[in-house]
Each structure stands twice: as structure tokens, then as C-alpha cells.
Design a protein around this ligand. Structure first.
Ligand SMILES: *Cc1c(COP(=O)(O)O)cnc(C)c1O
Length: 381
């Protein structure tokens, strides 16, 4: 079936008890057993909940994987993924990771004996040089936040597998509608469902999708053992959100392209980071690997003063962290999402003081462009 048909129907069959067309929110902690050792497949709601099972089946299908596990947040999903490893193991990760992932690796997991190296994963020779005897995992985010660098997932999978590593891809920025890493050879796909999968900025969650049965058994064990599960109401919100994922992503993409083009031709804008622009260094790879370019754009206003002027002047775009919702958000990576990254590292990664990030929503794009135009007009120099 097509993507939207799956999004609307897989895991979301009418409720067998009542015919309700919408999967019920099974707000329960436990399940009554008919007799000792005889239950209906559910015993305790940390282990399994029907609303969560519905979501997990749905998201596994959308990523073209066999198994999915839903967690209380994107970070909870990433944390559980890392607990597949053992003290002494080593991970090569993208150098410009989501700040929370970097913080988890450096300030939590290091204390438990995991070791991390950071590479520009868009350059696989750099990745290869960092592989050590105990390297188990290559952990990639593509495109990166906020400068939208792309890693070739198929090539990364070949390299990882030739050296006995597993490949995990954080697919939050593209969603399965535009990019399906498992089809390109990745072993794990992760999402912060908080972003595009939910899509309405009203819930936090995370998911891991994979194909390997033995590893899936272990992840299911860890989900129950560590217990950072997603609650039934949040599962229900994501089930509701994914039904419109395709139409939303098409509009995020259309708005993203139009805004990127507008910014690229604006005299006050120095540089625009958007994989859909022919000027993007990896535009060809992006076209090959992704079915669209999405709604994430970063642009350089030249200085902190200019960035502040734009952020102060926007009226429709909301100044906020996060992304992937129907409403357009605008933010300042250097002082917000990437404030904990040392200044010289930020400079090296292209996260300048004048850089502004936009998560293009699905409003009428003329209104968004008019808002950005009047805000850019406030830049004095
Ligand atoms: C938001 C985000 C996360 C973390 O997800 P939470 O749901 O906020 O815990 C991880 N990776 C990326 C790329 C993100 O944007």
C-alpha cells in the first residue's frame, strides 16, 4: 500500500470490542487474567499497552522495519539504544549532533564506560580513521542541525558493516515520508516523535525501529526493564498525527523551498543552509537519498545584532526551540539549541552568531515570507 494508506490504517484497525474507528486510549496499568497463567497477551502496562502496540506497529511499517519500540522521549529512545552496548565499547558519532544526544553521551554515558568519537560523517574517510577495535556503533544524524549537512546513508552502512559495526540514523528531521534509512542499509532508525511524527507540538516521545529479530528481543527487554515507556495518551496523539504526515510533509517541503529561495535572493542574507538549494554542497546526494528536502532552513544574517533584530521583529514566526509542528518556529542556535557547544566548535561547525534557524510550518507561505521580509527590513547595516 501507499504511504498514506499505511499511515492511516496499519495498527489502526477498528476496535474489535466496539467497532470504534479510532484506536482507544487504553488508560490502564494492569489487565485482569482469566485464570493463573491465562491472559489476553497483556499483563502489566509497562510491558505492553494496546495503544502503544498500535503505534509501534504503525511506525514500524512507515519506516519499512519489522519492529518498533516507543519511548517517553527521543532522548529515552537514544538512551535505551546505547544500553545495547557494554562498558568499554566505542561509538563513532556525527560531530554536529542534537545537543541533547551529545550531552547524554558526554555527561552521562561516559561515566558508564562508553567511549565516543565525533567525526564529520559526511566524510566517511574521517569516520574510517576513527574506528577502533571496540567500536560497535556508527551513530549518524542526517541532515544535521542546523547547517543541514548530509551523510550518505548507504555508503555509511557499507562502511559500518564491512568493519562489523551497526549503523543507527536519527531520522527526526526528514521523517519516514522523505527518508527511510533502513531501506538504505541502516540497522536502527530513531525519531524524536515530538517533532514531525506528532506534528502538532503537543507531546514528547521517541521511537526506535529495526529489522533484526534478536536485537529487537533485547530492545523489548530493555524497554520493559528500564521502563521509559510512552504513555497511552501520547501514543494516541502520535497515531492521530501520523495520519496526516504525508500531507503535512508535502506542505513543510513546499514552504521550506519557497522560504529558502526567498532568503537566498535577499540582500541582507549572507548564506542559506537548505539541501533543496542547488548551492547546497550536497544537493545531488540529498536528491538521491531523500524524497523531499523538508522544512528546516538556517540562514546567516551576518551578526548577533542582525539575528536579534530579526528575532525581535517577527510577528507570525514564533521564537521557540523544537521543530516539526504545523506552526512556524524560529530560533537562534548559538544561544539556544547549541549554547552548550564551545564557541570555537560552533564556529567550526558553521553555527555563527548571526545564524537563524527556521522550522517552516504549514501556514500560507506568502504570510511567512511577508513576515520574514518585514523582519529582515529591520536589519540596519
Ligand atoms: C528533539 C530531538 C531529539 C530529542 O528528542 P526529545 O523528544 O526532545 O527527547 C533527538 N534528535 C533530534 C534530531 C531532535 O531534533
Amino acid at each position: 500500500m501507499g504511504f498514506s494508506t499505511d499511515a492511516i490504517h496499519v495498527g489502526q484497525e477498528p476496535d474489535p470490542a466496539t467497532g470504534a474507528i479510532i484506536v482507544p486510549i487504553y488508560q490502564t496499568s494492569t489487565y485482569v487474567q482469566e485464570e493463573l497463567g491465562k491472559n489476553k497477551g497483556y499483563e502489566y502496562a509497562r510491558t505492553a499497552n494496546p495503544t502503544r502496540s498500535a503505534l509501534e506497529r504503525n511506525l514500524a511499517c512507515l519506516e519499512n522495519g519489522a519492529y518498533a519500540y516507543a519511548f517517553a522521549s527521543g532522548m529515552a529512545a537514544i538512551n535505551v539504544l546505547m544500553t545495547l552496548l557494554k562498558a568499554g565499547d566505542h561509538v563513532v558519532a556525527s560531530q554536529n549532533l542534537y545537543g541533547g544526544s551529545f550531552r547524554l553521551f558526554e555527561r552521562v554515558l561516559k561515566d558508564f564506560g562508553l567511549n565516543f568519537s565525533y567525526a564529520n560523517t559526511s566524510r566517511l574517510d574521517e569516520v574510517e580513521r576513527m574506528i577502533q577495535p571496540r567500536t560497535r556503533l556508527l551513530y549518524v544524524e542526517t541532515p544535521t542541525n542546523p547547517v543541514m549537512e548530509i551523510t550518505d546513508i548507504a555508503a555509511a552502512a557499507s562502511l559500518a558493516h564491512s568493519r562489523g559495526l551497526l549503523l543507527a540514523v536519527d531520522n527526526t528531521f526528514m521523517s519516514p515520508y522523505f527518508q527511510r534509512p533502513l531501506e538504505l542499509g541502516a540497522d536502527f532508525v530513531l525519531h524524536s516523535t515530538t517533532k514531525y511524527l506528532n506534528g502538532h507540538s503537543d507531546g514528547v516521545g521517541g521511537v526506535i525501529v529495526l529489522n533484526d529479530q534478536a536485537i529487537a528481543e533485547r530492545l523489548k527487554f530493555l524497554q520493559n526493564a528500564a521502563g521509559a515507556i510512552l504513555g497511552p495518551f501520547d501514543c494516541w496523539l502520535i497515531l492521530r498525527g501520523v495520519k496526516t504526515l504525508a500531507v503535512r510533509m508535502r506542505q513543510h517541503d513546499a514552504n521550506g523551498r519557497a522560504i529558502a529561495q526567498f532568503l537566498a535572493s535577499h540582500p541582507k542574507v549572507r548564506k542559506v543552509h537548505y539541501p533543496g538549494l542547488p548551492t547546497h554542497a550536497q544537493h545531488e546526494l540529498a536528491r538521491r537519498q531523500m524524497k523531499g528536502f523538508g522544512g528546516m532552513i538556517a540562514f546567516d544574517t551576518g551578526s548577533l545584532e542582525n539575528a536579534k533584530a530579526v528575532l525581535r521583529s517577527v510577528r507570525l514566526c514564533s521564537l521557540a526551540e523544537s521543530l516539526g509542528g504545523v506552526e512556524t518556529l524560529i530560533s537562534h542556535p548559538a544561544t539556544m539549541t547549541h549554547a552548550s557547544v564551545p564557541a570555537e566548535d560552533r564556529e567550526r561547525l558553521g553555527i555563527t552568531e548571526g545564524l537563524v534557524r527556521i522550522s517552516a510550518g504549514i501556514e500560507d507561505v506568502e504570510d511567512l515570507i511577508a513576515d520574514l521580509d518585514q523582519a529582515l527590513g529591520r536589519i540596519s547595516s
